[in-house]
Design a protein around this ligand. Structure first.
Ligand SMILES: Cc1cc2nc3c(=O)[nH]c(=O)nc-3n(C[C@H](O)[C@H](O)[C@H](O)COP(=O)(O)OP(=O)(O)OC[C@H]3O[C@@H](n4cnc5c(N)ncnc54)[C@H](O)[C@@H]3O)c2cc1C
Length: 381
């Protein structure tokens, strides 16, 4: 039975995303993992189907759906068999485009939002730098006012979609004497002179998504590329991260469920000491613990999403959901890999990919410790 936060329209949307994922993504997952890449045409196809603009206004090229449509997308993308593909898509429709929809001018929306929703232009979000990740206010990339524009110098690292991006939502300092209050956002086309992809990084998991190091050398951008207010970039980007964290939580629960379900089937088929390993109480209890943890994380995620849907902005609950769900995902993947024995360590088994891919979410979009600090702060500590 569908959870009560979802309407029949959400379930209809779920069915159509699932049909697409099972027909057009899942069959290619192994090939794309092996290639450590996937085609840009996935963005175009998902744009054609309307999946990149579910919750954006119809006037902006979106489908006019509510916040929960993003949860449905995150949950169904977890079925595509590759965390890297899901991550690349979520960067496009949850990291890069929401700030343009909320803070962009009509011209900016026409130039960057609509083509991104249609999947014709791919975006990346550039916050992290070699010298500053968790401490966003510590970034040193400078955008200095010069006549009718800005001149940007600096570097970014770990940027998802950075190699394939047509444009970048760039987070830079317009006032180097300030921390949070010195940060502004810019929309930057990647064919701008002075922009360079300096390295494609090799990583533990999320293989098909590209992760780039970027450099900006005397990169001149016009003043109309400033997104939102100068000096308000930190608040703009933190607002956007909340929505992303909650759908990451939903995706983590969905991914953990897929891994538990597959492992339950595996332990029923595998025999040791004359019996199914599913008949060992230790094995059954491990899976029961996993299911309990997933159900708890999902319940918190759904309750929090419902509050967002009703217009609240529950930062503490979103942070708790992100922390709990992504930790649960990795713990579940680790337990399930263990229950596969040696087969769990073989590249041919999906569980190893779940284990590698799920590790990232405890670091990216706010490390566990940063989430815990934020929760403690909300508690008045
Ligand atoms: C595959 C991948 C994709 C990514 N995609 C993007 C992207 O598209 N765009 C983008 O801008 N960034 C991206 N990132 C960057 C990601 O958001 C950062 O890695 C993350 O925010 C952590 O920053 P850091 O790596 O600099 O770690 P640091 O900030 O150096 O922290 C290292 C560790 O120190 C500890 N720590 C840090 N702060 C605290 C604290 N306050 N209290 C206690 N302990 C603390 C934590 O254990 C943390 O993991 C990506 C990263 C990866 C690995």
């Amino acid at each position: 039975m569908a959870h009560p936060i979802f309407t029949p329209e959400h379930e209809e949307l779920r069915r159509s995303i699932r049909a697409y994922v099972e027909k057009e993504l899942r069959p290619h997952a192994d090939e794309w993992e092996a290639a450590k890449d996937f085609p840009d045409s996935v963005f175009r196809r998902m744009g054609e189907l309307g999946f990149l603009g579910l919750h954006f206004a119809v006037d902006d090229g979106g489908s006019g759906g509510d916040y929960l449509t993003m949860l449905v997308l995150a949950e169904e993308m977890a079925r595509c068999g590759s965390g890297g593909v899901s991550m690349a898509i979520s960067v496009q429709c949850e990291y890069v485009t929401p700030p343009i929809a909320k803070f962009g001018t009509a011209e900016q929306k026409a130039r960057w939002l609509r083509p991104a929703i249609e999947g014709r232009r791919i975006g990346a979000l550039g916050i992290t730098e070699p010298g500053a990740g968790s401490d966003v206010a510590g970034i040193t990339t400078r955008a200095e006012r010069d006549g009718d524009g800005y001149v940007v110098n600096g570097a970014k690292t770990f940027i998802t979609n950075g190699c394939r991006a047509d444009f970048l939502l760039l987070v830079a300092k317009t006032d180097a004497t300030q921390r949070h209050a010195g940060i502004s956002l810019f929309l930057v086309d990647t064919d701008t002179p002075g922009f360079a992809v300096t390295r494609r990084l090799d990583k533990v998991g999320m293989w098909p998504s590209d992760t780039a190091e970027l450099a900006f050398t005397d990169m001149r951008i016009p003043a109309e590329n400033l997104l939102g207010e100068e000096g308000k970039g930190f608040h703009h980007v933190m607002w956007e991260l909340q929505g992303e964290r909650l759908s990451a939580a939903a995706g983590a629960c969905a991914g953990a469920q897929i891994t538990v379900d597959a492992t339950a089937e595996f332990v029923k088929g595998r025999r040791a000491f004359g019996q199914r390993i599913a008949d060992f109480q230790a094995v059954r209890h491990h899976l029961a613990e996993c299911q309990t943890a997933i159900d708890a994380a999902r319940a918190l995620t759904y309750e929090t999403a419902w509050r967002v849907q009703l217009g609240e902005y529950p930062v503490q609950a979103i942070t708790e959901a992100k922390l709990l769900a992504t930790r649960t995902h990795f713990q579940v993947a680790d337990t399930c890999l263990q229950l596969h024995g040696g087969m769990g360590y073989m590249m041919e088994m999906p569980v190893q990919r779940a284990w590698r891919d799920s590790r990232l979410a405890r670091i990216g979009a706010g490390a566990d410790e940063v989430m815990l600090d934020a929760i403690a702060k909300s508690m008045g500590l």
